[in-house]
Ligand binder design. Structure first.
Ligand code: TYD
Length: 137
């Protein structure tokens, strides 16, 4: 699978950088929730889940981390280290986050409010879910 990276148009000038995130413009969904991870320990990996319906745009506004994305057919890796790049993670994509830099602030824009029932936290269940979906295509 290919990671979907969105270049976030910079509105910066000689004073510095500015990125604006707008629903249904450069963010391809209605933003219902924003959360961010920071102070993540270097030896910690997070994620290990997929979402049934949620879409997310993820920006490393500071520092870096490594994403593993898996659509059930293939895996890909992407390093997020640029505040002007957004990683679009659609529904039914397994994600893992590794190698957080000490200064990493990972901001997540999400298309829905927090809903534990939207999570798939078991990898075998994820594979079964996407397998069923693929067979219906
Ligand atoms: P979790 O989804 O486990 O984090 P990770 O991205 O590493 O998988 O979230 C940690 C805890 O925070 C979990 O108990 C759910 C809760 N949580 C909320 O209440 N609201 C939110 O918006 C998020 C993202 C998590």
């Amino acid at each position: 699978m290919e990671a979907k990276l969105i270049k976030l148009a910079g509105l910066g000038d000689e004073r510095g950088n500015l990125v604006s995130l707008e629903a249904n413009r450069n963010v391809p969904f209605e933003i219902r929730r924003v959360y961010y991870l920071y102070g993540t320990r270097a030896d910690v990996s997070r994620g290990y889940h997929a979402h049934k319906n949620l879409k997310q745009l993820i920006v490393a506004v500071s520092g870096s981390c490594r994403f593993v994305l898996d659509d059930g057919a293939a895996r890909t890796e992407v390093i997020l280290d640029d505040p002007a790049m957004g990683l679009l993670v659609e529904s039914n994509v397994w994600r893992e986050m590794h190698d957080f830099s000490r200064d990493c602030v990972l901001m997540v824009l999400a298309s829905a409010l927090y809903d534990e029932s939207d999570y798939i936290r078991d990898y075998d269940e994820f594979i079964r879910t996407v397998g069923v979906e693929l067979s219906h295509e």
